[in-house]
Every structure is written in structure tokens, then in C-alpha cells.
Design a protein around this ligand. Structure first.
Ligand code: FAD
Length: 468
């Protein structure tokens, strides 16, 4: 008999519980991907994410073909795709790995019910988290709102993450159902912006494996290097994790094969960052309106500036032309590579939400479109944390000073010189300082669009208004 494996955010063959279950319990497997942006809207993948998805699906298909199988592609309602496949192959079961985003959770519940009503066998699995949101809760069943106790809970209840090997072959059905071509999904935009991403990334399971191999040794120094945007001190695994080309369990097992928590400071701090990913998913699942609304109720009345007032500033921020060097460097790194270092994400997000008083949702939306790792849980949490309105967020009064941050975390100005070449000739000691009018003109670089001190004061005044 035949089972469908419905691939979603788990674009890998190794350590894939749904695929593993299907091939153990059924003779034949039909691997399927359904592009269903209407259901995920407004959080269907942005431009960078679509580019990644296009490449990753292509690679998954190749890897399946090497194993005597292939990837069937469909668009629209998954139920219709299952039904078409049933007619051709007689498939009677559908398996998938869970996604924890509100729209997808709702759709999957409906689909599971319909499938069962129609006599299908169906089962979903955990393919992407160390602990699922309904398990990582306090003794009274309430969700954690603070990271440290959440992380302690994870450590206290630690279980070596299960893993399953990559199949060497996959038995095909007697007859293959029809499939769309990858190009029919129209994931690539009609402009060539994403083309340059290819210079930085290798989407797919093999690319993920290479990244992980390259990071395993470096992980020992992670605690020391992770805040330095001028150095390659982090793993670069975020887009691979988002698309499930690698699982957190596989990553931890690469660092500690027994599956126990890794020893040593660097590896343990790295594990705690993976735990921040868990915490973000946990928050999104328990608070499904947070992609749009601040978790802290008081912030729903925050006196943000109005779109008509901030449009020019927002556009200067997006284009990396605010005249604040560290902010511009980050925004240009994002535009050129589809990725930005975490320290710099915090700096640019603080600048947008505090110095420019632009609602965090605008920043989250831009990141959504331009990050190859755009992830609803992590992005929502990262923005709300920096804006001060989320769970266990940075206190609102902590406004990042981009000049001091730059001097501390990019002390020689190497990161700046790389992304803002206009500034390359400035003295290293002054490179993070905004430019005077004369210097700005001679270097062809903008003057600061705001005064950092005055706008910091304005932000604190705004906060005082909702605090009272
Ligand atoms: P590493 O330092 O190597 O960390 C390993 C993994 O741990 C990451 O790949 C990621 O999955 C997870 N992780 C690390 N830091 C965090 C964190 N602070 N919160 C949650 N998970 C974390 N991350 C995304 O994956 N997608 C996003 O859309 C996203 N948006 C963000 C927006 C803002 C404003 C901020 C401040 C952070 C955001 N992050 C996001 C978190 C973090 O910046 C990235 O995960 C990290 O920079 C990815 O690089 P890396 O894989 O080299 O990270």
C-alpha cells in the first residue's frame, strides 16, 4: 500500500519522522509538496524565502530521484492534491511534520479532521522542535513568559533528541501522479534581486550539512565570538533550520553524539540560542496574535508615529541610508546577502522602533521579505524583544546606542568598511561616528537623519505615556 509524505518545513531526508514512519509502515511512498500561500497569508514566504524554497525543493527532488523516487509538486488546497494522488496510486495514508504557526495550525487541524472523515489514515510528528509548545510548560500548565526558567525546564527534562537515518532508497508507487514543474510554483520574482543570494548560500539538506560540518569545531569558541559581526563566529544555520533542512536534534548530536547536552561553555551557549528558537515557537503557539500585536497589552496604545510622518525615515532605514553607520551597514548586509548578524539585527531594530518611533511591525515586515531565514516565530520574538513589548523583552529604557555598540562589537570598523565602503578611509577611531555635513558631502554618504540623543529622549517620553 501507499502513503503520502506531505513535506512542508522539513525539507530533508535524514531525521525526518514523517518520512521514516511512512517507509517503515507502507510499501510505497509518494513525497509531496503543496505550495499554499493563500492559507499562510499574510505570512506566506517573502521574496528571499521564496527564492530559498525554490532552490531547496529542487534539491530535495534531486535527492529523492537518487533514491528511486521524486517530489510531486502541487499548488492550492492540499486536500485536492491528496485526492488526486489517491485516484492514481490508491494511497490511503498521509503523514507530515508539524508547523506551529497559527494559520498553518488551523489549516492542519481542519485537514486532519477531513482526512479522517474520508477514511484516510493520518498522523503528524514533531520534526522541528526539541520540546513542543504544549509540553514545555510550567507545572500548572501555563506557558513560560521568561526565557531562563523555560531553558531550565528544557534542561531538567532533557531527553536525547531521537534521530532516524536517511533512507537509501524509497519505493515508488506503481504509477506516478501528475506533478507541476518547479517553475509553475512561480517562486522566483520577475526581478533579479535574489540572484545575488546564491553567492552566499547553498539551500538544501547538503548545504545545511556543509554549514554544520564547518561550524562543529568553531562551536567551542561561540560564546566568545557570537557578538562580533566582523567575524564568522555564528553558525549561519538559521535559514536551513527554518526550512527544516536540518533539525535542532541533528545539530546538537553533531556537537555531542550521545544526544546529551553538550559540554563546554561555547557549545552550551550555542545550545541556549537554539533554546531561544524553541522559546520563540513556544510563544507563537501560546500567543497566536503576536505576529500582529504586541504581547504586552500597554504597548497596544503606544504613541508610534503615523505612516505619513515616518515614510521617508522608513525608506532610508530600508535602503541603508540613515547616516548612522552601524545601522546602514546592517541594512546593506541584509539587502546584499538576505541575512544580518544578530547583534546588528538588535541595533537596527532598536533604531527603527526607538529612535525613529516606527511601529515594530513595519520592521518585521521588511525583514520578512528580505531575510532568507524569515521565520514567523523568531522574527516576531526578535522584534518584540528589541521593541520592549514582548515576553522577557529588553527593558524599554535600554535604547541601543548604535555608535557605542559599533565601537564595542566592531572595534576595528571592519564590518563597517565591508558594507559601507564610502567610510573605508575614515580613521578607525572615528569610523562609527555620524558624519559632519562637510564630510558627508565629500564622501557621498548621508548625514544622520535624526539626532541619537534627542530621539532617545523622545522614545523614553513616549514610553512614559503608556507606563502611567
Ligand atoms: P547562531 O548564533 O549560530 O544560532 C543558532 C540558531 O539558534 C539560529 O540559526 C537560530 O535558529 C537560533 N537563534 C539564535 N539566536 C536566536 C534568537 N535571538 N531568537 C531565536 N532564535 C535564535 N532568527 C530567525 O531565524 N529568523 C528571523 O526571522 C529572525 N528575525 C530576527 C529579528 C530581530 C529583530 C532579531 C533581533 C533577531 C531575529 N532572529 C531571527 C534571531 C537571530 O538574529 C538569528 O536567528 C541569527 O542571527 C541567525 O544566525 P545564525 O544561524 O548564525 O545564528
Amino acid at each position: 500500500d501507499t502513503a503520502i509524505v506531505w513535506f512542508r518545513r522539513d525539507l530533508r531526508l535524514a531525521d525526518n519522522p514523517a518520512l521514516d514512519h511512512a517507509r517503515r509502515h507502507h510499501e510505497c511512498v509518494v513525497p509531496l509538496f503543496v505550495f499554499d500561500p493563500a492559507t499562510e497569508s499574510p505570512w506566506s514566504p517573502g521574496a528571499a524565502g521564496r527564492w530559498w524554497l525554490h532552490r531547496s525543493l529542487g534539491e530535495l527532488d534531486e535527492r529523492l530521484r537518487d533514491r528511486g523516487s521524486r517530489l510531486i509538486l502541487a499548488g492550492g488546497d492540499p486536500l485536492e492534491a491528496f485526492e488526486r494522488i489517491r485516484q492514481v496510486t490508491g494511497a490511503g495514508a498521509v503523514y507530515w511534520n508539524r508547523v506551529y504557526e497559527p494559520a498553518v495550525v488551523g489549516r492542519d487541524r481542519r485537514i486532519k479532521q477531513r482526512l479522517r472523515d474520508d477514511g484516510w489514515e493520518t498522523k503528524s510528528f514533531n520534526g522541528s522542535l526539541l520540546v513542543e509548545p504544549w509540553n514545555g510548560v510550567k507545572a500548572d500548565g501555563d506557558p513560560y513568559l521568561v526565557f531562563t526558567p523555560f531553558w531550565k525546564h528544557l534542561q531538567r527534562h532533557w531527553q536525547p533528541p531521537p534521530h532516524s537515518p536517511e533512507p537509501r532508497e524509497l519505493a515508488p508507487p506503481g504509477r506516478w501522479p501528475a506533478s507541476l514543474d518547479l517553475d509553475d510554483l512561480a517562486l522566483l520574482p520577475d526581478h533579479d534581486w535574489p540572484e545575488k543570494l546564491a553567492a552566499h548560500w547553498a539551500p538544501g539538506e547538503l548545504g545545511a550539512r556543509r554549514r554544520l560540518d564547518g561550524f562543529t569545531d568553531a562551536a567551542a569558541a561561540y560564546h566568545d565570538q557570537r557578538n562580533r559581526p566582523d567575524r564568522p563566529g555564528t553558525s549561519g544555520l538559521s535559514p536551513h533550520l527554518h526550512f527544516g533542512e536540518v533539525s535542532p536534534g541533528q545539530i546538537l548530536r553533531a556537537l555531542e553524539p550521545s544526544g546529551e547536552l553538550p559540554a563546554g561553555k561555547g557549545r552550551m551557549v550555542f545550545a541556549s540560542e537554539l533554546a531561544w528558537r524553541e522559546f520563540s515557537h513556544h510563544l507563537l503557539w501560546h500567543f497566536p496574535d503576536t505576529p500582529d500585536e504586541s504581547l504586552k497589552q500597554a504597548f497596544r496604545a503606544f504613541p508610534w508615529r503615523k505612516p505619513g510622518d515616518y515614510a521617508d525615515d522608513l525608506s532610508a532605514w530600508q535602503r541603508g541610508r540613515t547616516g548612522i553607520p552601524m545601522v546602514d551597514a546592517g541594512m546593506r548586509q541584509l539587502w546584499e546577502t538576505g541575512w544580518m548578524h544578530n547583534r546588528v539585527r538588535m541595533i537596527v531594530a532598536s533604531f527603527l522602533t526607538k529612535n525613529l518611533l516606527v511601529p515594530w511591525q513595519e520592521g518585521a515586515g521588511w525583514f520578512w521579505d528580505t531575510l532568507v531565514d524569515a521565520d514567523l516565530a523568531n522574527n516576531t520574538q526578535g522584534w518584540q524583544w528589541t521593541a520592549g513589548c514582548g515576553a522577557d523583552a529588553a527593558p524599554y529604557f535600554r535604547v541601543f546606542n548604535p555608535v557605542l555598540q559599533g565601537e564595542k562589537f566592531d572595534p576595528e570598523g571592519e564590518y563597517l568598511r565591508r558594507w559601507c565602503p564610502e567610510l573605508a578611509g575614515r580613521e578607525p577611531g572615528r569610523i562609527h561616528q555620524p558624519l559632519s555635513a562637510g564630510e558627508a558631502e565629500s564622501l557621498g554618504y548621508p548625514q544622520p537623519i535624526v539626532d541619537l540623543k534627542a530621539t532617545r529622549r523622545r522614545a523614553l517620553d513616549a514610553w512614559d505615556r503608556i507606563r502611567k
